[in-house]
Design a protein around this ligand. Structure first.
Ligand SMILES: CC(C)(COP(=O)(O)OP(=O)(O)OC[C@H]1O[C@@H](n2cnc3c(N)ncnc32)[C@H](O)[C@@H]1OP(=O)(O)O)[C@@H](O)C(=O)NCCC(=O)NCCS
Length: 157
């Protein structure tokens, strides 16, 4: 009830790095890679905050208006799951990309992550390809998903 979704601020960085390691395990970005990701000029990140604690986050990369954007990551601390927070963050990231004139969003999800797959399907992403053995060392396939966006003018493709 006191949780809010708000834009990422530089002071959130250490919390996100700690959450990333805890929630993604062997797939987690290193602190160095995540720091570069958060500082990247094309990145847009949102955090879920509960009081002083950051308990979730999600980010999108929007390079230039005519090129596809990428949902980079999305994670919610277990105590806060199944309450709609990931869908809320995802919808806000989609709205941000749409406002920037991005024609479509892409993402990769592990084939053994049915929760994330269902989440992305629930907001309209559809599978377009598989990358065999993409996630190492587990040898798990990546499912590539795409969401076609509608521009604010309604002439999206
Ligand atoms: C995947 C994850 C982000 C979902 O977060 P969440 O806040 O619990 O998701 P939401 O409550 O917004 O759920 C939205 C929809 O996603 C689907 N979903 C979410 N968790 C699910 C689960 N455990 N099983 C099946 N479907 C699930 C459902 O369709 C759900 O809608 P519903 O609750 O109306 O049925 C969260 O489980 C997580 O952080 N997992 C670890 C990190 C991760 O895998 N991130 C994705 C990387 S690609």
């Amino acid at each position: 009830m006191s949780q809010i979704v708000r834009p990422y601020e530089p002071g959130d960085r250490d919390s996100l790095i700690a959450l990333e390691a805890e929630l993604f395990g062997s797939d987690a970005w290193s602190p160095e890679v995540f720091t570069l990701e958060l500082q990247h000029p094309f990145s847009h990140y949102l955090v879920l905050e509960d009081g002083p604690a950051v308990v979730g986050y999600g980010g999108v990369r929007v390079p230039v208006p005519a090129a596809p954007g990428d949902i980079q990551t999305l994670a919610i601390y277990p105590d806060y799951r199944r309450a709609g927070w990931a869908r809320r963050i995802l919808n806000e990231l989609v709205g941000y990309a749409t406002a920037k004139g991005v024609p479509e969003l892409l993402l990769e999800v592990r084939a053994d992550n049915p929760a994330a797959h269902a989440l992305y399907e629930s907001v309209g992403f559809r599978e377009i390809a598989r990358r065999p053995n993409y996630y190492q060392p587990d040898g798990v396939d990546a499912i590539v998903m795409r969401l076609t966006l509608t521009t604010p003018e309604g002439d999206g493709q």
